[in-house]
Design a protein around this ligand. Structure first.
Ligand code: SF4
Length: 310
C-alpha cells in the first residue's frame, strides 16, 4: 500500500478509491491491486496484437526457466488461452547445469507447470553438449553469459522443434530490451541491434516472440506478488561477470531520474530497424560443417564453443 505522510494514496482510475499499490513512473499513475493486474494484462495483449505475435493454431514453446519473468510469461499466456482456443502451450526448461542455482529454479518450474497442467520438457546441456555449463566454462568464466546464451538458444530451438512448436515465447521484459539495445551499441554490434528474431527468417528458424516486452521488471514483480506467485530464488553465480549487470544498474538509475529512458532507447532501435534494409553481416544461410545446424559461417558458434575451450 502506498502512502504520503500518513495518508494512503488512492488509485488514479476514477471512480476507484482503493489504495494504490504501485506508482507507474511512466505514464505516472498510481494503481490499486486490481487495476494494476488489469493494466499489466492490457499491455501484454497490446504487445501481442501490435506485432501479431500469435496466430490461430500456434503451438507456443515457452522458454520457462522458473525465474520471475518466465513465470509471469507462462501465467499470462496460460490465462489467455481461452481467448485463443486453438493455441497450445508447451513449457521448455533448459538445465544449463549451474551448481547452487538451477536446481531450485527447476523445482519452481516443475511445481508451476504441474499446477497449471501445462506440458513440460526439461532439456540439459549435459545431454545435448556432453557437459554442464560449470564444466564447459572451466578457465573461461568471464565469458559465462556469452557461452551460456549461445548454448541455451540452441537447446531451446532443438527442444522447441522436437515439441512441434511454431513459436518460441521468451520472457524478455522492457528492461531487458533496453539493456540489449545499449549493450549492442557498446559492443558495436550493429547486426544484433537491427536483427529482428520475430521474423523467423530464414524459414528454418522458429520465430521468437516477446510478449512481456512492454512491461518493466518492476511491473512484472508486482504482478507476481499481487497474484500470489512471487517466489524468492537464488541468483546465478556468473551474474557478476556479465556486462548486462553494469548496464542494468546504469539504466535503472537513468530511468529513475528520467522516466521513459528505457522506452526511448527501444524506440530508437525500432526507428533504426525501420530505416535499415540490409542487416550487415547477415549473409546467406548455410549449414554448419560439423553439426549440420543452420549457421552464418562454415562452423556454427556452438561447435566453435565446444571445440575450443578457453
Ligand atoms: Fe547464463 Fe549468464 Fe544468465 Fe547465468 S547470468 S544463466 S551464465 S546468461
Amino acid at each position: 500500500m502506498m502512502r504520503t505522510g500518513g495518508d494512503e494514496i488512492p488509485c488514479s482510475c476514477a471512480p476507484c478509491s482503493e489504495p494504490a499499490v504501485i506508482r507507474l513512473r511512466d505514464p505516472g499513475q498510481h494503481l490499486c491491486s486490481s487495476h494494476c493486474i488489469r493494466y499489466i494484462g492490457d499491455i501484454f495483449f497490446q504487445t501481442i496484437d501490435r506485432q501479431r505475435m500469435i496466430a490461430p493454431g500456434d503451438r507456443i514453446a515457452v522458454a520457462f526457466s522458473g525465474g520471475k519473468d518466465s513465470t509471469a510469461l507462462l501465467l499470462l499466456l496460460h490465462a489467455a488461452l481461452p481467448v485463443w482456443p486453438d493455441v497450445t502451450l508447451v513449457a521448455i526448461t533448459v538445465d544449463e547445469g549451474i551448481a547452487g542455482y538451477r536446481d531450485e529454479t527447476i523445482r519452481a518450474a516443475v511445481d508451476l507447470t504441474a499446477r497449471l497442467g501445462v506440458e513440460h520438457h526439461i532439456v540439459s546441456f549435459a545431454s545435448l553438449f556432453g557437459g554442464d555449463l560449470d564444466t564447459l566454462l572451466k578457465g573461461r568464466e568471464p565469458r559465462a553469459c556469452t557461452v551460456c546464451g549461445i548454448l541455451r538458444r540452441r537447446a531451446l530451438a532443438t527442444a522447441a522443434r522436437l515439441a512441434g512448436a511454431t513459436r518460441i515465447a521468451v520472457g524478455h521484459n522492457l528492461d531487458d530490451e533496453a539493456q540489449s539495445v545499449l549493450m549492442n551499441l557498446l559492443r558495436g554490434d550493429f547486426p544484433h541491434l537491427v536483427q529482428d528474431a520475430a521474423s523467423g527468417e530464414p524459414e528454418c528458424f522458429i520465430p521468437r516472440i516477446k510478449p512481456l516486452a512492454g512491461l518493466s521488471e518492476r511491473e512484472i514483480v508486482t504482478y507476481l506478488v499481487l497474484t500470489g506467485n512471487y517466489r524468492e530464488l537464488p541468483e546465478c553465480p556468473y551474474t557478476g561477470y556479465a556486462l548486462r549487470s553494469e548496464v542494468r544498474a546504469m539504466l535503472a538509475g537513468l530511468e529513475f531520474r528520467h522516466p521513459g529512458t528505457m522506452k526511448n532507447l527501444i524506440r530508437s532501435r525500432d526507428t533504426i530497424r525501420k530505416h535499415t534494409n540490409q542487416v550487415p553481416g547477415k549473409g546467406g544461410v548455410q549449414r554448419c560443417r560439423e553439426c549440420g545446424e543452420v549457421s552464418s559461417g562454415e562452423i556454427c558458434q556452438v561447435c566453435r564453443i565446444l571445440a575450443r575451450p578457453g
